[in-house]
Design a protein around this ligand. Structure first.
Ligand code: FMN
Length: 160
């Protein structure tokens, strides 16, 4: 059976995605990156699933520390999402452009966003160019309940 690559691309890009800033911490160092491959995986326990690219600087850290935050962006925060996927001067440099504090698990949480969850990894699948991570939601902080930033509204693509 041969895979129709064009059809696969069109169809996979129809999967709706939100946009999030994933925050990680390694001792005194923090980092963050824009993530769209995020979904809920279980009600009880509350699980989320996220794809993390294997060649990113966060991949090794998240695999070792086993925890991360997910900051849910507001519909008007497209510029911030762009900051967090562009190259940065040094690890954590993207946080220079926004205020943040630390959550209950010590992970970076943006002062301005809809809110953030902190998660602990319970399993992963290392295959291909992304690692699929399954993680339990351990803390949740709601800042302002408003419309989220949706990938389809940005004109960007990540997937296919
Ligand atoms: C729209 C968009 C969505 C993205 N979604 C993800 C994602 O779900 N997972 C991921 O690992 N990278 C994703 N990326 C890529 C990372 O944001 C990007 O590679 C970043 O530079 C990684 O940072 P790091 O090397 O500091 O970890 C996305 C990029 C864009 C433009």
């Amino acid at each position: 059976m041969s895979l129709n690559l064009e059809a696969k691309k069109v169809l996979l890009r129809k999967i709706p995605h939100g946009l999030f800033i994933c925050g990680i911490r390694d001792g005194d160092e923090i980092n963050g990156f824009t993530a769209s491959w995020v979904t809920q995986g279980s009600f009880d326990p509350p699980l989320v699933v996220m794809g993390v690219r294997s060649d990113g600087s966060s991949h090794e850290i998240i695999q070792r520390t086993r925890i991360f935050s997910l900051n849910v962006l507001r519909a008007d925060q497209k510029d911030l999402a762009a900051v967090f996927f562009k190259p940065q001067k040094g690890l954590g440099g993207r946080f220079d452009s926004t205020k943040y504090s630390f959550g209950e698990m010590g992970l970076p949480i943006l002062d301005e966003c809809i809110g953030a969850i902190e998660c602990e990894i319970v399993g992963d699948v290392k295959k291909g160019d992304h690692t699929v991570i399954v993680a339990e939601v351990k803390s949740a902080k709601l800042i302002k309940d408003t419309d989220p930033l949706i990938l389809s509204s940005t004109g960007w693509n990540y997937g296919g």
